[in-house]
Structure formats: C-alpha cells, structure tokens
Design a protein around this ligand. Structure first.
Ligand SMILES: *Cc1c(COP(=O)(O)O)cnc(C)c1O
Length: 372
C-alpha cells in the first residue's frame, strides 16, 4: 500500500497550480511571470525557485536522504500544516500526539477541523508505545512524535520508533519531529525512512543552525508524500535572501561551526543543570537532550516574575499537563547563563528562590503556540 492511499481523495485528485517558475526556470529573456524586468536595488525582481535545488541537495545530503525525499518550507511548521491538510479530512480524520508536547501539532489539526487523540506521556515523561498503538485507530492518519521532546527534553528510543512505524504500516504516517536532534546523544532516525514508507522526519535550521530568522525547515519522507505536498504548497514559499543566507551557512566549515556551537550548548546545559539542582526552591531539573532545561519549582510564577524583573525571560510552561510547576529555560551563551544563575541566587524579598512574589499568578503568555 502506498502512503498516498491515506491522503485526502480530493487532494490526490487536485490539479495543482502551476507557477511560471515551475514551468520554465531560466532563459535569456524572462517574460513569463509578470515580474519587473529591472533588478532595481535589491536584485530581487525575480520569483525564487519553488524548491531551491542547491539548498535541497545540500540538505538531502546532510540528512542522508534522496533528493526526491525532501521538502523545504517556511520552518518545519509549514510542513506540519501541509501534512495535516493533505491527510486529514475535516470532521473525519485525526492526528495523535503525546502531551506534554509541541503545541503546533494540535493547532494545525484544529485549523483543519481534524480530531486530536492524546496519549499522555507517563509520569516520568516517557512514551507508552502500546498505548499509542491502541489509540491509533483507522481515523488517525498522522502520529506526531517529538524527539527530543519540546518541552520535556527526552528522546524516544530508535527501537520504539521503528516498532511503531512497523505496527502502523498501511495505517498511519509516523512523523518524528527532530528539531533538537543535533543537541542529543542519539542520532537522527532519518535512515529508517529507507525501510518504512510510513515514516517521516522533520528537521529545521532554526535551532542548532542558528537560522531561526531565515525560516527554513525540512520534511523528509517517502517521495510520493513529498510530491503530494509540493502540489498543495503555495507557489514560492522560500524568499531568495533566506535561501542565500542558508547556503552561506553551509560553506566549507559551516558544519564545523555548528558542531562547535552545539558542543558549547551541551556543556552549558549540564553546568546549568548541576547549578540549578542545588538551588533552594528547585524541586527538579529534568534531564534534557535538547538546548533547554525544564525546571520544576516551589513557585514557578514567582521565579518567572523575578527573572523578568532582572531582564531575563524564560518560558512559563505551567499550562502543560504534568508541568504546572515548571519553567523552560533555553540555554544561552555562557555569560547569559551565568547571569541567569546570579539572578536566581541573589536575595529576593528576604527569602530564597521560592519566596516572595505576589499572590496573583497572572499569566503573561496566553498564546496557544507552545513553541520556542
Ligand atoms: C522550534 C521547534 C520547531 C521548529 O520550527 P520551525 O518552524 O522550523 O522554526 C519544530 N518543532 C519543535 C518541537 C520545535 O520546538
């Protein structure tokens, strides 16, 4: 069975919009796209390539997949949205997620009118694979797994992912969001795509590659799935300057520079974890394979406000199930991390970390977007 059989019939039958740049990429005289003929100052008078070939090849290479197994979009967020739109019929189909996890999966499903099946992580924030299997009925077209998970920082074992992909073959597309995999001890599962056509992997340049502002993410999947999504994607998703900046980051020692940054973050993560664990008012610091730490506190709101008062913002994640006492702290530069520790250790309304604070735990963030 092809994964395409799981897609919405109306999407499979759709005649895609065919942009000028898809029909003809380059010629001496370009009179097919109603562009301005003058480069003006910016040199941006031409529409970009719908899928910039050079960057696609670089990333396919980097991630170890074929050129026809990659889709580039505006962050990996765009691929999530396209997947839900292509596979879930409103009111009939559903996605499955394992909360507490990244909020965009549920937002994409809600926008599409798809159902959301929730299989919570256990009390140690580990995945219950058999509970996931049981929950993935025929209606569940997409299973979103996040590894390392945002916000808990844990990874899902490769064997578990393979077990799920195997058991759900012909039924559900298993999507592993690896936004933070560069920070983890364990490698990507992208190589498993060769064996499981119902497996897909999300990667991004927003975290380890330090390019969040360029908005470039990738979906790695079965060539048929990629082809289907290309057909429903808006015509010119990736702005020319963003593509240039990304290609720049992949010069000769680009990967080396990325690895050096990652090494610093990993070191700092452990330094911070050790320091935080010893602080008064800290209940627990969850082990993390990502570039952030989750800290459970006696009074998360008070600590949040206190840090804001010192010019430091962290993420209040107390709305997540099982984390109503927690803050998520991104790992910064060594100097920023030291500043954070100093702010936490300084005397505060005559009390330790847990003391002080007003009685009003007003939430600053009401956004449903529980991302970075
Ligand atoms: C940050 C993050 C992303 C990346 O999103 P982009 O749209 O690529 O910037 C994806 N998934 C998770 C879980 C994240 O935390």
């Amino acid at each position: 069975m092809s994964m395409l059989d799981l897609a919405r019939p109306e999407i499979r039958a759709l005649t895609p919009y065919s942009s000028a740049r898809m029909e003809a990429g380059a010629a001496a005289v370009m009179l097919n796209a109603n562009e301005s003929p003058w480069p003006a100052r910016s040199g941006l008078n031409r529409y970009p390539e719908p899928q910039p070939l050079e960057l696609c090849k670089r990333l396919a290479d980097l991630y170890g997949v074929g050129d026809d197994q990659i889709l580039l979009g505006r962050g990996s967020d765009e691929a999530m949205d396209l997947l839900v739109r292509a596979f879930c019929r409103p009111g009939l189909d559903a996605i499955a997620i394992c909360p507490p996890t990244f909020g965009m999966y549920a937002v994409c499903a809600s926008v599409q009118g798809a159902g959301i099946v929730r299989i919570p992580l256990d009390d140690r924030f580990a995945l219950d694979a058999d509970a996931v299997l049981e929950a993935c009925t025929q209606a569940v077209k997409l299973l979103f797994l996040c590894s390392p998970n945002n916000p808990t920082g844990g990874v899902i074992a490769r064997e578990t992912i393979e077990y799920l992909a195997k058991a759900l073959a012909d039924r559900t597309l298993v999507i592993v969001d690896e936004a933070y995999i560069e920070f983890a001890d364990t490698p990507s599962v992208a190589d498993l795509l060769a064996r499981h056509s119902n497996l897909a992997v999300l990667r991004t340049l927003s975290k380890a590659w330090a390019l969040a502002g360029a908005r470039i993410g990738a979906l790695l999947a079965d060539a048929g799935v990629i082809e289907l999504l290309r057909r429903i994607m808006p015509p010119y998703p990736l702005p020319t300057p963003c593509v240039r900046v990304a290609l720049d980051a992949f010069d000769d020692d680009g990967e080396q520079r990325m690895l050096e940054r990652v090494a610093v973050i990993r070191n700092e993560r452990e330094r911070l974890r050790e320091a935080l664990r010893g602080m008064q008012g800290v209940r627990e610091v969850l082990p993390s394979q990502a570039n952030f730490l989750v800290v459970r506190l006696d009074d998360a709101q008070a600590v949040y406000r206190r840090l804001v008062g010192q010019g430091i913002v962290v993420r209040d994640i107390t709305r997540y199930p099982g984390l109503d006492d927690a803050l998520r702290i991104s790992i910064g530069t060594p100097a920023e991390n030291t500043r954070l520790l100093t702010a936490l250790a300084s005397p505060f309304v005559g009390a330790g970390l847990a003391g002080g604070g007003s009685e009003n735990p007003a939430r600053r963030h009401v956004s449903t977007r529980e991302d970075a």
